[in-house]
Design a protein around this ligand. Structure first.
Ligand code: HEM
Length: 243
């Protein structure tokens, strides 16, 4: 198959979805492990943040790569969904939704909501828009004793508001739904799924997706339950939280 066929055929688009999905999954896994360093304390996560921010030659190619992956993944999803509809203009007479899993029917919808979450998330922690983070001051101004960006304080302040925690938990649940089905589809599209391994692959996809959900939501939930609060009091950061 040549490169034009990859972009024009259905099989090619499924391949693009699977490969970009796999790469995005690896990002989600690495980002989660990076974020979990918040439980090692302010020094560890601030050092990690300074390392990422300081490596511009690593940061920008990674950001551009991620953007290309997201664009290709969404483009292939929309095209494939339109092609499926065109191939079956009249809905099945006896369509039985219980036959297909709930997650598989909601892939396009969960994917688009995750995209909206990513835009919100970038405004929250990367662009650091005060109106989004519910503080008077931009997170950019938070610095620790070593004059590094205080990522620890930013994360704790960022989840001081229960409504923000709720947005994250809902988005992470949609990510769970999306990943648990998406990973199974990826194994099929790459030809790694056969009848003998299918049940094992399904179980693996669901378990790993729950682990991703847990690894992410544990951060905002712990903050809501008081984790890191002492640090904010100690550094007089609490007055930053908008009343
Ligand atoms: C509790 C959950 C999460 C936390 C605490 C978190 C934390 C962060 C932080 C602190 C940053 C800013 C890094 C910086 O610029 O200094 C960031 C950036 C980012 N996050 Fe998350 N994140 C979470 C979930 C997610 C999820 C689920 C996704 C994707 C589906 C995601 C995608 C991104 C992306 C694309 C960036 C931008 C990276 C960059 O170019 O700087 N995050 N996240």
């Amino acid at each position: 198959m040549n490169i034009t066929n990859v972009f024009n055929s259905s099989v090619g688009k499924k391949f693009i979805m699977a490969i970009t999905g796999l790469a995005l999954f690896l990002f989600v896994l690495l980002h989660m492990l990076g974020n979990l360093q918040v439980f090692l304390g302010a020094e560890a996560i601030n050092r990690y943040g300074a390392f990422l921010q300081g490596n511009v030659e690593l940061l920008w190619p990674a950001r551009i790569g991620l953007l290309v992956l997201v664009v290709l993944h969404i483009w292939a999803a929309i095209k494939l969904s339109a092609e499926n509809k065109a191939a079956r203009p009249v809905a099945y007479a006896n369509y039985n939704p219980t036959a297909a899993s709930y997650a598989s029917q909601t892939m396009l919808m969960s994917g688009l909501i995750i995209l909206a979450f990513i835009i919100y998330h970038l405004l929250h922690f990367t662009v650091q828009v005060p109106a989004v983070n519910f503080t008077h001051k931009s997170f950019v101004e938070l610095h620790d004793a070593k004059n590094q960006h205080d990522v620890f304080a930013m994360l704790i302040l960022g989840f001081e508001r229960p409504v923000v925690v709720l947005i994250y938990v809902i988005a992470m649940f949609l990510l769970f739904l999306h990943l648990s089905h998406g990973m199974q589809a990826m194994f099929s599209s790459l030809g790694w799924k056969n009848a003998a391994y299918a049940p094992m692959i399904s179980r693996f996809a669901v378990v790993i997706s729950w682990l991703i959900f847990a690894g992410y939501v544990i951060i905002p939930i712990s903050v809501l339950l008081g984790y890191g609060h002492g640090y904010l009091v100690e550094h007089n950061y609490l007055q930053e939280v908008a009343k």
